[in-house]
Design a protein around this ligand. Structure first.
Ligand code: ARG
Length: 446
């Protein structure tokens, strides 16, 4: 039982907490961050002579024991204590008695929860960035093996021009590279310590905020206590990065759904990433791709939820802010699971070179190449060449001009320009992307 000074009686009154205000199911996932923050705070209080070394030691030992209890499943969570912060503090009272009450000196749950959330976002942003790098690697490996694989390139989902399949996959590598950078940005905006801001106005004790920042791995401390307890922009940055990543994943998955359809037949998904139908034995459904595509909606919803929660808040902390964590965590879970599934799916899909090639044959898909030929060899203005080729595809006579046979392979080879689909250019782009991935590895991103 908590002693008489424990937060369950002194902060909440006895039975006041109702289910409506409880956030424990969600914020208990931040227990590591919460305990790490408390330990750093206790160390700093002792270093500054605000609490005795002996008291700080008792507090830190107690917090470490609580962490072990949580990790081994022994911890007795009490929803009536509302959130992770009060649960930990109440248990600390049980373990070390009234000394526990010294931990909250110069601290409020407002700067505490902001610190926890920032540590949490730093962790999940780094994890999502790593997952982006793994997906890039999987795409690049498939791209490298398919530089000379020809596939129709589409605009408006109409066959447009033949391209290298490696070029298509490398386009996605670019997207997930930008996403990795967005997660770095979210990490950076989270990397600011709010502790020391108190409830809103700062603290009356001689705190060493830089020391706490260093202990917790923050590279900066917040500059304004009122902003610090109510700023959730770092959560917006993270969810936006996750939402953008989901957009790219959803596009990739849409392509996968199309390519794996019987009509296209360009790829075949492995058993692990497809499933049969309970009714139609011939079916091979791209469930993973569809679920990733579908889950993008949840992450967009999370972004809008947090934006909306923040928009009407007066200074400073308001309880509305507790609603930041469910979308933050759901976005983190969803993007992590989706990136991992996409990585496996891409790595295991098999490629039907013949079907891709067959779809890239014929005169129509080479219409631009014929127009370019007329410009090059007959010095026609491009618009005129275009009209002639259009007439030719309709079966009308093209006058004195003979059109040669152009192959899809030749078509690719002539797009020999930086960023183009000529195989040598695709190879160079893939090598550059491998180089960037290698640099990201050296930087510890994955
Ligand atoms: N559970 C709260 C949250 O997530 C912790 C902060 C509570 N602070 C307060 N002044 N009621 O926002």
């Amino acid at each position: 039982m908590p002693t008489s000074n424990s937060p369950s009686s002194s902060i909440r009154g006895s039975e006041l907490a109702s289910d409506f205000t409880v956030s424990l199911d969600i914020d208990r996932r931040m227990y590591r961050e919460d305990i790490a923050g408390s330990i750093a705070h206790a160390e700093m209080l002792a270093k500054q002579g605000i609490v005795s070394d002996a008291d700080a030691e008792a507090i830190i030992d107690g917090l470490q024991q609580i962490r072990e209890e949580i990790e081994s499943g022994q911890f007795n969570w009490k929803p009536e204590l509302e959130d992770i912060h009060i649960n930990v503090e109440a248990r600390l009272y049980e373990l070390i008695g009234d000394v526990a009450g010294r931990l909250h000196t110069a601290r409020s749950r407002n700067d505490q929860v902001a610190t926890d959330a920032r540590l949490y976002v730093k962790r999940v942003a780094a994890g999502s960035r790593t997952a982006c790098r793994h997906l890039q690697r999987a795409l690049l490996d498939r791209a490298e093996d398919n530089i000379d694989t020809i596939i129709p390139g589409y605009t408006h989902l109409q066959r447009a021009q033949p391209v290298s399949f490696g070029h298509v996959l490398t386009a996605y590598v670019e997207m997930f590279g930008r996403d990795a950078e967005s997660f770095s940005q979210a990490h950076k905006s989270s990397d600011v310590l709010p502790l020391g801001s108190g409830a809103l106005a700062g603290a009356t004790y001689p705190l060493d905020r830089e020391f706490v920042a260093e202990r917790l791995g923050f590279s900066r401390i917040s500059a304004n206590s009122m902003d610090a307890v109510s700023d959730r922009d770092f959560i917006l940055d993270f969810i936006f990065a996750a939402a953008k990543t989901m957009t790219h994943l959803s596009r990739l998955c849409e392509d996968v759904v199309i390519w794996s359809s019987e009509e296209f037949g360009f790829i075949r998904l492995s058993d692990a990433y497809s499933s049969g139908s309970s009714m139609m034995p011939q079916k091979r459904n791209p469930d993973y791709a569809e679920l990733i595509r579908g889950k993008s909606g949840r992450v967009y919803g999370s972004l809008v939820a947090v934006l909306t929660t923040l928009k009407g808040l007066p200074m400073t902390y308001n309880r509305d802010l507790q609603e930041d964590k469910p979308p933050m965590m759901d976005a983190a879970d969803t993007v992590a699971a989706s990136l991992a599934a996409a990585t496996g799916m891409v790595g295991e899909m098999s490629i039907n070179h013949d079907r891709m090639k067959a779809a890239s044959q014929g005169q129509e898909i080479l219409a631009t190449d014929y127009a370019d030929y007329l410009v090059r060899e007959h010095d026609l203005p491009f618009r005129e060449a275009y009209v002639k080729v259009a007439a030719h595809t309709r079966g009308e006579p093209t006058g004195d001009i003979d059109l040669p046979n152009i192959s899809a392979t030749e078509s690719l080879a002539t797009r020999d320009i930086p960023g183009g689909t000529a195989p040598n250019r695709v190879r160079a782009a893939i090598m550059r992307a491998y180089g960037e991935l290698g640099a990201a590895k050296l930087a510890g991103e994955w």
